[in-house]
Write a protein of this length. Structure first.
Length: 49
């Protein structure tokens, strides 16, 4: 959302749950640091290349 300029409520249905639900889950997962491991894996893969 941050890079496209699209707001959560206008998120197309093809991308998953309704905007408010997606935003709530994103916020919860961010607080729980769910993104830390995938982010590290991506960075490690890029370093390897």
């Amino acid at each position: 959302m941050a890079t496209t300029g699209c707001t959560w409520p206008r998120m197309p249905p093809v991308f998953g749950p309704p905007g408010p639900t997606a935003h709530r889950r994103f916020t919860e997962w961010t607080a729980a640091r769910v993104w830390a491991k995938p982010h590290r894996l991506v960075l490690d893969e890029l370093d390897a290349r």
